[in-house]
Design a protein around this ligand. Structure first.
Ligand SMILES: [Zn+2]
Length: 251
């Protein structure tokens, strides 16, 4: 585990998987420290906005802090939310609302006595039905560790297979198609419909609409046939639509 605390600058390595610790800071216990302990044995990079020493007297400190949070919420591979019961955490509610509407992986934990617990549960269920709200830091940490390990496994192993299996197809792709030139295989996009992992579908090409339809590769949802989400491939080789997973083409 690698630990980055505000206001430190973090430049991600291509293989980094980072988790932003969103959640109460003022008037609540240092749960960030507890979760860091719980995730100690993982390969994650933790991005913690809670500083050990916040320079309260410095007027520049607050805007700097907010800019840091904004920047690394965007950069993080996933966001973990924790709602302690000591405070309402309005900014955390705001951030949860904002990031729920994207396809970035999120983890949500609520203290059983948090005052707006029901709101968080219901709103999350409506917008991100796959997210399972948990009620302790231990459960939250296990969920993060398990899910991220699974995602990393999916990234690493099938990725090599994908690259290998697409290479023999290259001449055919180039011969038949004006686009795309170089399909970017990594990071894989998330399904726009269900948030699931997507895989490059190469043998069953999707028919491109238009006056001169051609068959082209596309990203298909891993939950097919239950989900039929797809993303096409743009001229530059990137998947259509923004994906929050990847560095370099997040919105
Ligand atoms: Zn899907």
């Amino acid at each position: 585990m690698k630990y980055i605390e505000s206001p430190k600058v973090y430049i991600p390595d291509p293989d980094d998987t980072s988790v932003f610790l969103a959640g109460g800071i003022t008037n609540c216990p240092d749960w960030q420290c507890d979760i860091a302990d719980l995730l100690e044995g993982t390969h994650l990079v933790l991005l913690n906005p809670r500083r050990e020493h916040f320079p309260i007297g410095d007027p520049q400190a607050a805007p700097e802090q907010i800019a840091w949070e904004h920047r690394y919420l965007r950069k993080a591979s996933a966001v973990l939310f924790w709602f302690p019961h000591e405070t309402l955490c309005p900014i955390v509610l705001y951030e949860l609302g904002a990031w729920s509407m994207t396809d970035k992986p999120i983890f949500v934990g609520v203290h059983p006595e948090y005052k707006r617990r029901l709101d968080v549960e219901l709103q999350t269920r409506f917008v991100r039905p796959k997210v399972k709200v948990v009620y302790s830091l231990q459960d939250l940490a296990s969920q993060v560790a398990d899910t991220m390990a699974q995602l990393l496994g999916m990234l690493r192993v099938p990725d090599r297979q994908l690259v290998a299996s697409i290479e023999p197809q290259q001449p055919r792709l180039i011969g038949h198609m004006s686009r795309p030139t170089n399909i970017r295989l990594k990071p894989e996009p998330y399904c726009p419909d269900c948030g699931g992992r997507m895989y490059l579908r190469k043998p069953t090409y999707r028919r491109r609409p238009g006056p001169n339809p051609e068959w082209e590769p596309f990203w298909g949802c891993g939950n097919y046939p239950n989900c039929r989400g797809t993303r096409g491939i743009q001229h530059n080789g990137l998947p259509e639509g923004a994906s929050m997973w990847g560095r370099g083409y997040d919105r």
